[in-house]
Design a protein around this ligand. Structure first.
Ligand code: SDX
Length: 434
């Protein structure tokens, strides 16, 4: 990158007296970056940034997050407008192709996805290798990775058509894979997808229908499920998206890379937080225990943290959490569900937002704080919450992966380190060791 005008910083290594100008690159919006690509070559220096607190690892056109203002854009469209006017499948098209589809493009895309929902029958057998009490996320890691053992005709990452087929297969099959993970854990039959149903309705059908009687799709539940998928669809360079970029940079096949991202999302610091929030709210149990919970969350000697609170990027209210909170109140009212955890959650949020510890660190509710209460109202079991997150986020992962593979030059991700281990030393034979 060449330096434009005053768009550069000069760094000086005072231990050697060496200096160099580093270009500042500015995007469409957001924090500018310093291009340090030549730093190692010209100054024999690396940057050091564990956890990537001040590091932009890539260029992307997919999602923009303004953490200060609490803004989230998918391909430039505010999440609030997409939540109000769009659908998950339309957002899948937007994230994958960069533009909202015309009616004809949408119909073709929906038809493609609808006709990819079945799983290879060999994959049905695959479930039987898991224990009944396996966590559904363990099954998701296994089955999604195993797709590379069944769909050989769409693994050529150098072929754009092959990449597109893999993306369609992933979006189409993940509701089937997820629902069957749940049914397997209950020892129940695996309902096949039904092509006349919409994306979220089909998932609810595969989760809750029985071959012995008709199953009526609840339109409120289907709408809420669709919005939950939409709100989780992508979120820039979060841990699991960074995973797929790193895994994909080795030119591994897309399903192996997706499986790696599922593993990353599973952690309670990331997508696993939605399951942890419900456990936390249930442990708190009543609004009477909120003050104690806040004290524990502030106590550095106590591993307890307020799950569903705080975010590396948002230093304001996560816009998804706002939409999730409104959806929560609406769905519980429409479905006439009275969940005592909602009262605990709202009281906990109010107390935390007024607490100096949280306010000074700009800790707000994130996407995971209210999502679990909506999922409970829809009858989704707690151990399936991160699976739901996986279902929504898969299109984000495959879009980030495709953007990277499609880039002018794909270099394998290979960060360096600050080595603080032992200096070189000679081997000591065992008889001489003390
Ligand atoms: C997701 O990256 C993404 O975009 C992720 C995500 C997505 O869509 O992909 O948005 C989804 O993962 C949301 C986050 C879900 N995780 C949780 O809700 C778990 C609880 N949150 C924390 O673990 C934490 O806030 C993180 C992991 C989310 C962010 O961690 P950071 O940015 O590394 O912040 P930090 O741990 O350095 O915290 C800064 C300070 C620390 O205190 P001090 O050292 O300054 O005294 O804030 C404190 C932390 O102790 N803190 C918390 C807290 N979160 C941060 N204290 C109590 N409870 C919390 N939840």
């Amino acid at each position: 990158m060449s330096i434009q005008g005053k768009d550069y910083v000069t760094i000086t290594d005072h231990s050697t007296g060496q200096s160099m100008d580093l270009p500042i690159l500015r995007g469409t919006d957001g924090v500018p970056v310093i291009d340090i690509n030549q730093l190692r070559k010209k100054m024999n220096l690396y940057t050091f940034d564990p956890g990537f607190v001040s590091t932009a690892a890539c260029e992307s056109k997919i999602t923009f997050i303004d953490g200060e203002e609490g803004r989230l854009l998918f391909r430039g469209y505010p999440i609030e407008e997409l939540a109000e006017h769009s659908s998950f499948l339309e957002v899948c098209y937007l994230l994958l192709y960069g533009e909202l589809p015309t009616e004809g493009e949408y119909d073709k895309f929906r038809d493609l996805i609808t006709h990819h929902t079945l799983l290879h029958e060999g994959l049905r057998e695959f479930y039987k290798g898991f224990r009944r009490d396996a966590h559904p996320m363990a099954i998701m890691v296994g089955i999604l990775g195993a797709m590379s053992a069944f769909y050989h005709d769409s693994l050529d990452i150098s072929d754009p058509n092959s990449r597109e087929v893999s993306a369609h297969r992933l979006i189409a099959k993940i509701p089937t894979i997820a629902a069957w993970a749940y049914r397997y854990s209950k020892g129940e039959p695996f309902p096949y997808p039904r092509n006349e149903l919409g994306y979220a309705s089909n998932f609810l059908h595969m989760m809750f229908s029985y071959p012995t009687e008709p199953y009526a799709i609840n339109s409120i539940a289907a709408k809420a499920m669709d919005l939950l998928f939409l709100l989780h669809a992508d979120h820039g360079q979060n841990a699991s998206a960074s995973t797929i970029r790193l895994a994909g940079s080795s030119k591994a096949n897309p399903f192996a890379c997706i499986s790696a991202s599922v593993g990353t999302l599973w952690g309670p610091a990331h997508g696993g937080a939605n399951e942890a929030v419900i456990k936390m709210l249930a442990d708190i149990g009543s609004t009477k225990n909120i003050a104690k919970a806040l004290e524990r969350a502030k106590d550095k000697d106590d591993p307890f943290r307020l799950m569903g609170f705080g975010h590396r990027v948002y230093k304001n209210y996560d816009p998804r959490a706002k939409l999730m909170r409104n959806m929560c109140q609406q769905v519980l009212e429409d479905l006439q569900v009275d969940d005592p955890l909602l009262e605990v959650a709202e009281a906990l949020e109010e107390a935390a937002l007024q607490d100096e510890y949280f306010a000074s660190r700009r800790l707000f509710p994130n996407v995971d704080f209210y999502s679990g209460i909506v999922l409970r109202a829809l009858g989704i079991p707690t151990n399936m919450f991160t699976v739901i997150f996986t279902m929504g986020r898969s299109v984000g992962w495959i879009s980030q992966w495709n953007e990277m593979i499609n880039a002018e030059r794909v270099r394998i991700g290979r960060p360096s380190q600050l080595y603080t281990g032992p200096a070189q030393r000679a081997y000591v034979p065992i008889e001489q060791r003390k």
